[in-house]
Structure formats: structure tokens, C-alpha cells
Ligand binder design. Structure first.
Ligand SMILES: Nc1ncnc2c1ncn2[C@@H]1O[C@H](COP(=O)(O)OP(=O)(O)OP(=O)(O)O)[C@@H](O)[C@H]1O
Length: 494
């Protein structure tokens, strides 16, 4: 192919059928990819030919093709290679199996007695696929969830599966520390490490954009799911209880089922964590009425799951992709900071040189659609009731005097006085919660744990003398009179 009219530093790559081009971006670098021939997809989301797709914010991803394709890549990223060894055939088969469950479920929900080609004896009311994806750290759990959800919405059957993210390290559609769920109608695009579950429009749930997903969000407040397992468990159950009533329950949506992405805690680990792991898996299985567990790339975990659950549900071991990148803690911390920045400011990736900005798209949409402008306001400290949940205020058990018991439980909401110098609120992310039950008789001590999140703000300034604090928030809504919960995430607006 002629490279005469191509932007500088552009390479043209021909991919063989069932192979993929993998890339990893360094900080502050961007990449544009254009599909020029054939069909290609990124984690299940199809690329439209002729458009430049833009990637940034340390994105790591792969362009996969079933039948072969030609792509243009500008400029050359520091890490890139192509591979014919992918687990996509296994993932595709998995999708077909889940699709069959959806069709059977829809037929049973719409009262049809027979599926084409099925005899009376095999036709019985069927559950939609409710899938739990577990596996070790960096096994590609989130990526597999995305691929399965994307294949589902691309099937052209009007499905909208619910994607649940109970990995607080990931942040889902909100900020890190959040657990969330959303009904997905359109493919999820991968373009930045800060938005692993897609669209920037969803990173500011308090603002409205035309294509906004409306996630159901709960606030855990920490990156490590082992930090407060009881709280994790409670929030997981809360999401499960809310799913039914929150999302549209027309038959196509109900039959679409759900896919649950989990933290790496769920893989093997020291004996001490085994019980917590089992409890969290059990919480997910019960809360989402899971009927299929997918174990990514770990034989031992898959054997363990089969032993415990094989009587009640299907356990399937799925291969790990060789392309999954090992993400270390420094990278994850950087990503957390990018995620909070993205929540406030949106995504603004500068196109590589030579590519006109009007021709580049982020996730298939104009670049400018992804830029948000947050508001900074100063409020009286007393305008906001702030709580933290148990653990952070607790001394470790080993530090307590012999015989002494904890007086604060992991689940106890503790009021935080922002006017005290040691409040620790400066630069902290706060979740602004939905209102308490207006009926006084329905109120209870730990109610704040069960409230959903309306949005997130960051305390960017504290003036103890004037008893005022400066808050950065993604929109102009007033926060006066609201309740907030603080976790352990800090962020500097640089
Ligand atoms: N085939 C691939 N080619 C290139 N990069 C990939 C591929 N598959 C996954 N990745 C990247 O590898 C990284 C880790 O993958 P992913 O987040 O899916 O793993 P995980 O098991 O969910 O991680 P965690 O430990 O956070 O639970 C992500 O940045 C993802 O985009």
C-alpha cells in the first residue's frame, strides 16, 4: 500500500485472520488507529472503517480481526507486536453459549412454549445468563467482561445486559473505590486506562449527556477489597437488591442477564484470605443469582469453584490471553489519579502530529464530546454532613491493650468534623449520597451505608478560621444539606 499521503510516522499493518495487534502506551503519548480494509474490533467493539480512533492515558489494548484486515497506526508506540495466539475463539464460543441462554430465557419470558427445533420435553423456563468472572490479578477479567458484553449488544437482538463492577480498584463508570452497575445498550469502547468500562459521559453521573449510561453506584471508598470485607459484602448485596427494580425489566432486558467483574481478591491467596474470598464469592453468587462462574486462567481456582458450586451452577475455566498486561501498583495509583481527573475534566487526548483534530474520534465520537468543565465552589463547612465508615478510624487489633475490644465496628458511620485540624479531609474524594429516607420511622443507624451515590466531589481547600471549604465538583448542583462519605482516596488537582 502506498504510504505517500499518510501522516508522518504512520505504519500500515496487515493482520491475518484471527490475529491481533497489541499496543501499550507510555504516559503522555497518544496513538491513532484507522481501519482501512476488512473488519476489526477492540475487545469486542467494532471499528468503523476510515475513522481515526484515538487512544491515550496509558491505554493498553489490542485490535483483533476474525477475517483479516489492514490498519494504519500513527505514530509507532513504544510497545507493540502482533500475535496469532489469542483466546478469542474460546471467548466467541462462550458468547454463543450465553446467547442461547438469552434466547431460551426470552422465549420463556414471552410465554412462547417452543424454541425452534426444540421438542416439548427439552423446553423449560430458562434463566438468563448471570455470569460471575473471577481470576487472579491481571488475568484479563475486565477485558473478558467487556468482550462478552460487547458481543451481546452487537447481536442485534435488542439486548442490554447489565455489567456489574465490584472491583473498587477499577472504579467502573465512576471513580476508584466505587462499585457500580449499568445496563449497557451500545458497545463499550476502550481508549484510555482511566475509563476501562468506557464512555466519558458516564464519568460524571451528576451531569446529563445524550448517551449517558445511568450507573447504579455505591461507595466503598478504598482500592483494596480486603480492607473492609464486611462493607464490600453489604454493598454487593445492595447492588443485587437494586438491580431488579432499577433497570428496565422488559423481556429483552431481563433475558440479557448480567456479567459481574470482580477484584483479584477472588483468586488464590494466603489461607487467611480464603474465608474472606469465599464469603465475597458467595455474596456475589447470592446477590446476582449467578448461574455461571467463569474462571480466567487458573486451574486451582476453577477446581475449587467446581467443588463448592457445581451442584448449583456451571463453572467454566476460560483461557487467559497472552496479551494481558501485568499492571503494577505504581501504574494502578497513576490510573486512580487519571480516573478522578477524568471524572472531573473528561478525556482530552491530543491527536498525534499530522492527524487533523476534526477527523479523530474517541470511542467513535468527536473528541470534543469528552471534555467536561467542573465547577469549583466555596461552601460553609457545616453545609455538608460528612461521615467515614468504621475502619479508617480504628486502631489495628494488635495495637489495642490486652483484653480490650474494638468500640467501633467496621460498619459504623463516624461523623467527621471538617472544622478540626486533623480531619484529614483536604484533597480527599467525597461521595455525595442520595437523601436519607424522609420517613423518620424508616431510618436506622447504618442507613448511610445503604445509600446510593449521586456524584463525587474533591475537597481542594480548607479554611479552618473562616470555616469554609473549597469543593471541586463535576457540575453546578448545590451540595448544601447533603450527606457525604469520605474514603481513603486523595487527589491533587494539578
Ligand atoms: N489482548 C490484549 N492485548 C493487549 N492488552 C490487553 C489484552 N487483554 C487485556 N489487555 C490489557 O491488560 C490490562 C489488564 O487487563 P484486565 O484489566 O482485563 O485484567 P484484570 O484481570 O481485570 O485486572 P485486575 O487485576 O485489575 O483485576 C488492561 O490494561 C487491558 O486493557
Amino acid at each position: 500500500m502506498s504510504t505517500q499521503n499518510l501522516p508522518p510516522d504512520t505504519q500500515v499493518l496487515v493482520l491475518k485472520p484471527e490475529s491481533e495487534y497489541r499496543f501499550e502506551l507510555d504516559p503522555d503519548t497518544a496513538l491513532a488507529i484507522k481501519l482501512v480494509r476488512g473488519k476489526a474490533e477492540i475487545f469486542g467493539a467494532e471499528l468503523v472503517p476510515g475513522k481515526y480512533y484515538l487512544f491515550g492515558v496509558e491505554c493498553k489494548a489490542a485490535v483483533f480481526t476474525w477475517k483479516g484486515c489492514t490498519i494504519e497506526i500513527s505514530p509507532e508506540p513504544s510497545t507493540e507486536y502482533d500475535s496469532e495466539d489469542t483466546p478469542m475463539r474460546a471467548y466467541g464460543n462462550l458468547h454463543i453459549a450465553l446467547e442461547k441462554m438469552r434466547v431460551r430465557s426470552l422465549l420463556s419470558l414471552s410465554g412462547s412454549s417452543l424454541a425452534p427445533g426444540e421438542s416439548q420435553s427439552t423446553t423449560k423456563p430458562s434463566d438468563p445468563p448471570r455470569v460471575l468472572v473471577i481470576g487472579p490479578a491481571n488475568s484479563g477479567k475486565t477485558t473478558l467482561c467487556k468482550i462478552l458484553v460487547n458481543y451481546c449488544v452487537r447481536a442485534g437482538q435488542g439486548w442490554s445486559p447489565i455489567l456489574v463492577n465490584v472491583d473498587p480498584n477499577d472504579g467502573g463508570w465512576a471513580v476508584p473505590g466505587a462499585l457500580s452497575a449499568a445496563a449497557v445498550h451500545d458497545p463499550i469502547h476502550t481508549y484510555s486506562a482511566a475509563t476501562s468500562l468506557g464512555s466519558a459521559a458516564t464519568t460524571a453521573p451528576m451531569s446529563l449527556a445524550s448517551n449517558t449510561l445511568f450507573p447504579l453506584v455505591y461507595w466503598y471508598g478504598h482500592a483494596d477489597s480486603k480492607r473492609n470485607p464486611k462493607l464490600m459484602e453489604r454493598l454487593i448485596r445492595n447492588i443485587g437488591e437494586n438491580l431488579e427494580e432499577r433497570f428496565d425489566q422488559k423481556p429483552e432486558n431481563k433475558a440479557s442477564g448480567c456479567i459481574v467483574d470482580t477484584p483479584a481478591l477472588f483468586s488464590s491467596g494466603p489461607a487467611a484470605t480464603a474465608e474472606a474470598r469465599q464469603r465475597l464469592i458467595r455474596a456475589c453468587v447470592d446477590a446476582f443469582r449467578i448461574n455461571t462462574i467463569l474462571v480466567v486462567g487458573q486451574e486451582k481456582l476453577s477446581a475449587e469453584m467446581k467443588k463448592i458450586y457445581s451442584k448449583q451452577l456451571t463453572v467454566i475455566k476460560v483461557p487467559k490471553s497472552g496479551g494481558v498486561v501485568d499492571l503494577d501498583n505504581t501504574f494502578r495509583e497513576r490510573v486512580h489519579s487519571h480516573q478522578i481527573h477524568t471524572y472531573m475534566y473528561g478525556t482530552n487526548i491530543r491527536p498525534p502530529p499530522g492527524i487533523p483534530s476534526n477527523l479523530v474520534f474517541v470511542a467513535g465520537e468527536p473528541n470534543s464530546d469528552f471534555i467536561l468543565s467542573p465547577a469549583s465552589t466555596t461552601v460553609n463547612i457545616g453545609d455538608l454532613s460528612i461521615f467515614r465508615i468504621g475502619t479508617e478510624a480504628m486502631a489495628p487489633v494488635s495495637a489495642l491493650p490486652i483484653g480490650a475490644k474494638r468500640v467501633v465496628s467496621e460498619m459504623q458511620p463516624i461523623p467527621v468534623d471538617a472544622s478540626l485540624s486533623g480531619s484529614g479531609l483536604l484533597n480527599r474524594v467525597l461521595a455525595i449520597m442520595a437523601p436519607f429516607n424522609p420517613d423518620e420511622n424508616e431510618r436506622y443507624d447504618e442507613e448511610v451505608l445503604d445509600l446510593t451515590v449521586r456524584g463525587f466531589v474533591v475537597v481542594t481547600g480548607l479554611d479552618l478560621k473562616a470555616k469554609r471549604m473549597t469543593i471541586l465538583k463535576p457540575n453546578r448542583d448545590s451540595i448544601a444539606g447533603k450527606t457525604a462519605v469520605v474514603g481513603t482516596f486523595e487527589w491533587l488537582d494539578e
